[in-house]
Design a protein around this ligand. Structure first.
Ligand SMILES: Cc1cc2nc3c(=O)[nH]c(=O)nc-3n(C[C@H](O)[C@H](O)[C@H](O)COP(=O)(O)OP(=O)(O)OC[C@H]3O[C@@H](n4cnc5c(N)ncnc54)[C@H](O)[C@@H]3O)c2cc1C
Length: 418
């Protein structure tokens, strides 16, 4: 019997992982062709995590793990039941890849090089039933009588099943439009903020373990570490804010105001501390105020912003000056103008609307066609969450295809990691 022909467009994380699970379940019953327009497969895996590949995030309860996805939380709640970060770690371990968890929960191969992950993924699809076509761009897709036609270099190739794993770029507009598939336009997530305040920028290199940030006029407040850079503000707190407010920020053209609570404490608590100092007959100088080991240069910058002389003693300050200092420490409002990519790390929000997909990433309007990974409207914050979505979406789609081809209703759960 002729094997079932499956095309995968994109040899990125999700495309290659889907091919692996199809081979694992269906073996000789299928022939997979993976088309990759670049000269190499898995290019993003290779450069990811600064060349170390933050392959996933440490295990967390599903509710907590899925909350790390500004878009797609509900989808992840479902996915993680069937393919969690622990399943990915088991899969790697079975292939001899040892991993390590860093203090912030990010997981890397113990070799500290992404080459380990790239090679493991490529080994997992090494089969006569799978052909990887590099430097091969799929230009158009059509579907006629349940057969997918892929146009490549003026030639047409025919397939029974199609997996679109093309990452965060706008592709195949005509194909999706022909079936009236709703797409959310792509827009960036995970970036840092340009702050046009030369005095703040001169503090570059200063980092704080815990600040609170929010956009002015918005309730969402993010608490995490912050880094001052030569262009403004970065670090996990800002990256998370950019992810959860990505849509609003794009609409505002990346111009607006941000509030920083530098001391991660309520304003009233700071006020009572400062007024207590004021009441002391021999109060300290304002510049000697110690709070959570705030770097001296940052403290002096904030004192200046509050229009107070740093050499003044607290008992010399007027009440309104104390109030202003407390306000500046807990709610400094800064203008931002523009965004910057942090360590070249970014992800695209947007993609195929989740309402167009089944639980297993099949397009409801186009049977036998699946869309995975960053090409769908799911994205996570930094920390390995984006790859985890690539792995779990690929797993679910492959299991669904296998169940349909075998006409079985196998549970999606992993019985044996292969
Ligand atoms: C610099 C950087 C570092 C990152 N680091 C991390 C990290 O450490 N941890 C983490 O979780 N996430 C990280 N991410 C995000 C992560 O890389 C992506 O979320 C993930 O790669 C998405 O996988 P994917 O398979 O959906 O798409 P991709 O990995 O983007 O793969 C899509 C593939 O499809 C190919 N393609 C597109 N169109 C066509 C076509 N018409 N024909 C043929 N081929 C086509 C592309 O060339 C590409 O190879 C990083 C992203 C960047 C940019």
């Amino acid at each position: 019997m002729k094997p079932i022909q499956i095309a995968i467009i994109g040899a990125g994380a999700s495309g290659v992982f889907a091919a692996h699970w199809l081979l694992a379940r269906l073996g000789k019953d299928i022939q997979i062709d993976i088309f990759e327009k670049q000269l190499e497969p898995l290019t993003k895996v290779k450069i990811s995590g600064g060349g170390r590949c933050n392959v996933t995030h440490q295990h967390l309860p599903i509710k907590v793990f899925s909350s790390r996805y500004p878009r797609g939380q509900a989808k992840l709640k479902y996915n993680l039941q069937y393919f969690s970060s622990q399943d990915m770690l088991n899969w790697l371990e079975k292939r001899g890849v040892k991993t390590k968890v860093e203090s912030d929960g990010r997981i890397f191969p113990i070799t500290d090089t992404s080459k380990t992950i790239v090679q493991t993924l490529l080994d997992s699809i090494n089969s006569p039933n799978c052909t990887l076509h590099l430097n091969t761009k799929v230009e158009e897709i059509h579907q006629k009588e349940h057969v997918f036609e892929l146009k490549i270099d003026q030639n047409t190739h025919y397939f029974d099943y199609l997996i679109i794993a093309t990452g965060g770029i706008a592709v195949f507009k005509d194909f999706f439009n022909a079936f009236d598939i709703k797409k959310i336009p792509f827009y960036p997530s995970l970036f840092s903020f340009q702050i046009p305040d030369p005095k703040l920028r001169s503090l570059m290199g200063i980092s704080l373990n815990s600040v609170k940030v929010r956009l002015i006029g918005q309730k969402l407040e993010i608490q995490d570490a912050l880094l001052i850079t030569h262009w403004g503000l970065s670090g996990p707190a800002l990256l998370k804010l950019s992810a959860f407010e990505a849509e609003r920020l794009q609409q505002a053209k990346y111009i607006g105001k941000i509030s920083i609570n530098w001391v991660d404490t309520h304003v009233e608590e700071i006020k009572s501390e400062l007024f207590a100092e004021k009441k002391k007959p021999k109060s300290i100088k304002v510049k000697n105020y110690k709070r959570n080991q705030m770097p001296q240069r940052l403290l002096e910058y904030l004192i200046e912003k509050a229009e107070i002389h740093a050499e003044s003693h607290f008992h010399e300050l007027k009440d309104k000056e104390i109030n202003k200092l407390a306000e500046t420490l807990t709610n400094q409002v800064l203008d931002f103008k523009g965004k910057t990519t942090y360590k070249e790390e970014f992800v695209s929000a947007g993609g195929i609307d989740l309402n167009e997909l089944t639980q297993h990433y099949q397009l409801m309007k186009i049977p036998n066609c699946y869309v995975l990974g960053e090409a769908v409207d799911v994205d996570g914050i930094t920390g390995g969450f984006n790859f985890q979505h690539a792995w779990s979406s690929a797993y679910l789609a492959a299991q669904d295809i296998a169940n349909r081809i075998k006409k079985t209703e196998n549970p999606m759960n992993i019985q044996n990691i292969v």
